[in-house]
Design a protein. Structure first.
Length: 593
């Protein structure tokens, strides 16, 4: 341990879904990355050796420089729950399921694949989630609420952070799980579990909550803010869905076949589960306030990514200030376990300031990009090295003329949102922009809304919001005098990102250049990936995504490439080479093993 800098702590989340690594140096968060971005396998759960290597490289460190490796859940406790969950399936459990029943695997792979021969600091899953929120919130004292599908046994927890200390005060245990309830209905609606929850949330405003009373039969919220599930309706051990025949009888609506037509009943079921989830979370945050007396709330766990519920918590909940960890899902557990390990090592609080940026991944040198683009016809590549004003002028002009831009600049984002590092950008005022991006770039369902990025100083002119929202973690009402069909949801809400020059210099200046040209200080900002693929990581990923989609223009750091300048044969050839969708998780059920 270097006395000047403090300990180097490597946090690891793996072996469930969305593996990730995070690096703290002297308590400062210096790097964090998702393994899926390197392997190009969506939600890759493998031990994140690529992400670890990259995080260390960004800090100029090697594994021998690390003082402590932390792991984001207790594999022994998890094995107990896995055995309990899996028992009905034995002896027919799949090889993959049996492979996962291995409590030594994290330590063994950390030793064998990372070359780490020291002890591994084990941090419980929900404590990791709690730490990922509290230690990065900047609050000196705060209530903490974590809600996900399942960790080892816990599915929700209440805690209190106070100075350097963080303790969990109570928890709800599997199989009683708000996250699993939402995921179960996500699967029932024909969307992919652990991926399609965003779709249910996006579909909800199109429906009415006419099934909410029926869904309330599935969950009983006690006066003290705890809840239990009515287990008779669930079949968590089955491979074909998490809700049994009794639920179908209750609802009177059959399970929707994936990719089939979405009807009003599906919209109404989506609205109903969203309503019940919001009600439950409001009761849970009420209990967090009662238990701690704090005016501050920190949240993490996958359910904290339900931005519509977070908005209600901000507006209707009992807390003056709310912080949600931007990587609230399991990947963020890597931050949390590293933070806990730092506190255990030093007795001190890591990262005492509010996390201001999610740009924690790697970047690519402009000269490397120049080398890559050397393969292109020179007339097709515009080189703006040393001329940022020229670059921003060229890009803002293309945006103003209705072009869709693939934007690759600086460090990549950690967490599920693209925030101006690896983004697809467009003018939010176009009537056909949303449908065009949905149909031919993102290749996803037309009902799903896109989010806006707005100059922070102009946010209140266009949205009902009185605080910064740098991570797109809550929705708010659109009140803009501008016509913004591409980013306005059917209920006139939007999931806003406020952008400052301090945190995201070039992206801020691009918004500024676009505003000077159009009087519109916002852009549509969606993740730079095709449907079913991870967000682009390297310039090559960005190029392939550009060529396989209908994105009009690619900005690779200081370089601009226009589709219309490319040889037509390249585009024709590459359009047919899109790889099949790869996913590491089941579409039907939450991966409990
Ligand atoms: Fe989790």
């Amino acid at each position: 341990m270097s006395p000047a800098a403090g300990p180097v702590v490597l946090g690891i989340a793996a072996h469930f879904h969305d593996a990730a690594a995070a690096l703290l140096v002297g308590g400062e968060l210096v790097a964090a990355s998702h393994e899926e971005r390197y392997t190009r396998q969506k939600q890759d759960p493998s031990l994140p050796r690529n992400a670890v290597r990259d995080c260390l490289a960004q800090a100029g460190l090697r594994i021998n420089d690390v003082d402590c490796v932390a792991y984001y859940e207790d594999p022994a406790k998890k094995l107990h729950r896995q055995l309990w969950t899996g028992l009905p399936e034995f002896p027919d459990a799949s090889e993959m399921a049996l492979f996962r029943l291995d409590a030594d695997r994290p330590r063994r792979e950390i030793r064998e694949l990372l070359g780490w021969d020291g002890p591994v600091e084990i941090v419980d899953h929900h404590l990791s989630h709690a730490a990922s929120a509290y230690y990065f919130s900047g609050f000196e004292r705060s209530a903490v609420l974590t809600v996900d599908a399942v960790g080892e046994w816990a599915t929700s927890s209440w805690g209190l952070g106070d100075g350097a200390g963080l303790s969990l005060l109570d928890q709800i245990e599997f199989p009683h799980s708000l996250g699993l309830l939402y995921s179960a209905i996500t699967g029932y609606l024909g969307f992919e579990v652990n991926e399609g929850e965003y779709k249910v949330m996006g579909l909800a405003p199109y429906g009415t909550p006419r099934y909410a009373d029926k869904i309330r039969n599935l969950i009983e919220i006690n006066d003290n803010g705890r809840f239990t599930l009515a287990l008779d309706y669930f079949s968590f051990g089955r491979a074909d869905g998490m809700l049994g025949d009794r639920f179908t009888e209750l609802l009177g609506v059959p399970k929707r076949t994936p990719e089939s037509t979405i009807d009003d009943v599906h919209r109404d079921i989506a609205r109903s589960i969203q309503t019940v989830t919001e009600e439950t979370l409001l009761r849970m945050v009420g209990r967090a306030r009662d238990m701690t007396g704090s005016e501050n709330l920190c949240m993490a766990g996958g359910v904290a990514l339900n931005v519509v519920a977070v908005r209600r918590i901000v507006e209707e909940g009992p807390f003056a200030h709310v912080f949600v960890q931007p990587a609230a899902g399991d990947a963020g557990g890597s931050l949390g376990c590293a933070a806990v390990a730092h506190q255990r090592l030093t007795g001190e609080r890591p990262h005492p300031r509010r996390q201001r940026s999610a740009l924690l991944g790697s970047t690519t040198d402009s000269n490397e990009i120049a080398h890559l683009l050397g393969a292109y016809p020179t007339h097709a590549v515009h080189d703006y090295r040393g001329d940022e004003a020229g670059l921003l002028g060229a890009v803002s002009a293309r945006l103003a003329s209705g072009k869709v831009i693939g934007w690759y600049h600086g460090r990549e984002e950690f967490g599920p949102r693209s925030l101006g590092g690896r983004s697809i950008l467009a003018d939010p005022r176009g009537d056909d922009t949303r449908d065009r991006i949905n149909a031919s770039v993102k290749m996803r369902e037309a009902f799903r809304p896109f989010a806006p990025a707005v100059l922070a100083e102009h946010a209140a002119e266009h949205f009902r919001i009185d605080h910064e929202s740098p991570f797109m973690l809550e929705t708010c009402e659109v009140i803009s005098p501008l016509h913004l069909p591409a980013i306005t949801h059917v209920d006139r809400s939007a999931r806003v990102q406020t952008v400052t020059e301090q945190e995201n210099g070039r992206f801020y200046r691009l918004l500024k250049a676009f505003a000077e040209r159009t009087d519109c200080p916002l852009l549509l900002n969606t993740s730079f990936n095709l449907r079913g693929e991870p967000i682009v990581h390297t310039p090559v990923d960005a190029l392939l995504c550009f060529l396989r989609s209908d994105i009009d223009c690619l900005v690779l750091d200081d370089f601009v490439v226009d589709r219309e300048s490319l040889p037509q044969a390249w585009i024709t050839w590459l359009k047919g080479t899109r790889p099949p969708r790869q996913s590491c998780v089941s579409d039907n059920v939450y991966t409990l093993l």
